[in-house]
Design a protein around this ligand. Structure first.
Ligand code: GDP
Ligand code: IMO
Ligand code: MG
Length: 442
């Protein structure tokens, strides 16, 4: 049985928590894309674990965790993360596998990410400055350096030198000091020796697991709205986030996936720039941000907050054939007198249920006839859209201790049913606090 967990919004939906829960029964838990721009939080017995590279299933006894081919690795971050689990007494040589195909985030990638963001000025994208766009750009343009090269030291040094000479010229045009490779060689050497016993051909591990009908749990990162092709480009990340990325980033055929879980936060959050049609400001946004502790796991930036944007979530679910929903952070909405949920949009005052969108509002809207859908919009259109909301009554009771659906306040039940009916996909998990056991399976 192969299960996939993906974020259906702009990231930080609570994927880490859901993966940790589901990992109890898994044989393999696999990260297959992204890097340490991801931050997945798991809370067990009050202790918080922020995962950036190592799959969130590592805290469960049973699974072996795998950093598969499509993941990009920052050496410092991997070393730090490994040290946390070794300190806890884990034998990572048995617990962790790393693919030799993973690309390395080099020091110049991080410098360039930062330099581009600075140069963009007020048009900056709000990246995590972890070098993600740059490492993937080097991957597709055959300039990348992988774990494979790292384990062939002289080849690694040769490639590192060659790339640094070129990247330094670009850095200097930005007015940034050039990189000296001598500073970084000891770090890479240490990484190479440390991970050598964990680097294995993941293709054969997956083929064997599939033939033995083992449980494989795939841990998506980011959220579909950040997908490089289908998100709101250029306010996106560098990898693809939709279900097809599984095949590309792990070699596991996506056809083999049976359960595709879309994680839906009960409201919207976003770090970084770009349009957010249901964005909230003022008292309600502050209430949700503080109660939900909406600050980036990776960068500590305050997250932008919005009401739940159902057309966006629906688009995400359609793109990835989501067949099960896990709703998180519904507890954060307790105490609000009313809750808004976005059902559709208006463009220049015309409803998305109206005849045809007005001409001249951007190429994507023009080419699609009658109805404004999320999928029709580029960021130019989205900035102009006004959400059409349904207002639902809120509930006062705190629900973090509730473990049965019918014990939730009636208005909370109605909110959850409303989401399910809109998406036409069953809600199968409801999470009511960061703690591992604070969830209900339906
Ligand atoms: P991810 O990137 O999708 O794994 O999400 P993050 O870990 O970046 O952000 C989700 C945050 O919400 C983390 O701090 C989690 O511990 C927390 N969280 C997850 N589920 C729930 C929930 O149901 N209720 C509350 N209050 N917090 C949750
Ligand atoms: P998890 O897995 C939230 C966002 C960044 C920025 C854009 C591009 O924790 O849900 P990048 O550094 O990837 O080049 O930044 O993508 N972003 C995320 N936002 N959660 C994430 O991951 C994100 N990964 C990337 O904030 O807007
Ligand atoms: Mg996160």
């Amino acid at each position: 049985m192969i299960k996939l967990v993906i974020g259906s919004q702009w990231g930080d939906e609570g994927k880490g928590k859901i993966v940790d829960m589901m990992a109890e029964k898994a044989d393999l838990v696999v990260r297959f894309h992204g890097g340490n721009n991801a931050g997945h939080t798991v809370v067990v017995n009050g202790r918080k674990f922020p995962f950036h590279l190592i799959p969130s299933g590592i805290l469960q006894k049973k699974p072996i965790v795998i950093i598969a081919d499509g993941v990009v690795i920052d050496p410092d971050v991997l070393m730090e993360e490994m040290a946390i689990f070794e300190k806890m007494g884990m034998n990572l040589k048995k617990k962790l596998v790393i693919s030799p195909r993973c690309h390395l985030i080099m020091p110049y990638h991080k410098e360039l990410d930062q330099a581009y963001e600075n140069a963009r000025g007020k048009n900056k994208l709000g990246t995590t400055k972890r070098g993600i766009g740059q490492v993937y750009a080097d991957k597709v343009s055959y300039n990348g350096i992988r774990i494979y090269e790292l384990l062939n030291w002289s080849l690694f040094v040769e490639k590192f030198k060659f790339q640094t000479e070129i990247k330094n010229k670009i850095l200097m045009t930005f007015g940034v000091s050039p990189i000296k490779i001598e500073t970084y060689l000891p770090i890479f050497k240490k990484l190479a020796e440390k991970i050598r016993p964990m680097v294995r051909n993941t293709f054969s591990i997956f083929q064997k697991a599939i033939s033995q009908k083992k449980q494989i749990l795939l841990e998506g990162a980011h959220g579909v709205m950040l997908d490089n092709s289908f998100g709101l480009y250029p306010y996106v990340t560098a990898s693809n986030v939709i279900e097809g990325e599984v095949n590309i980033g792990s070699g596991i055929p996506s056809k083999k996936i049976e359960e595709i879980w879309g994680v839906v936060k009960a409201y919207t959050s976003r770090v970084g720039g770009g349009p957010l049609p249901t964005e909230l400001f003022g008292k309600t946004a502050d209430y949700i941000r503080e109660k939900g502790y909406e600050y980036g796991t990776t960068t500590g930036r305050p997250r932008r907050i919005g009401w739940l944007d159902l057309p966006a979530v629906k688009f995400a679910c359609q793109l990835s054939s989501v067949n099960r929903i896990a709703i998180t952070k519904i507890d954060i909405l307790s105490g609000l007198s009313q809750i808004k949920v976005c059902l559709s949009y208006k463009l220049n005052g015309k409803s998305s249920k109206g005849r045809s969108p007005p001409k001249g509002d951007g190429p994507l809207v023009q080419t699609f006839g009658r109805k404004i859908e999320f999928s029709h919009c580029g960021y130019l259109e989205l900035e102009k859209l006004t959400p059409v909301y349904k207002i639902l009554p809120g509930w006062k009771e705190e629900i973090t201790k509730v473990r049965k659906f019918n014990q939730l306040p009636k208005n909370c039940q109605k909110y959850l049913k409303f989401i399910e009916n809109y998406l036409k996909i069953k809600v199968k998990i409801i999470s009511v606090s960061p703690e591992r056991e604070a969830s209900m399976y339906l």
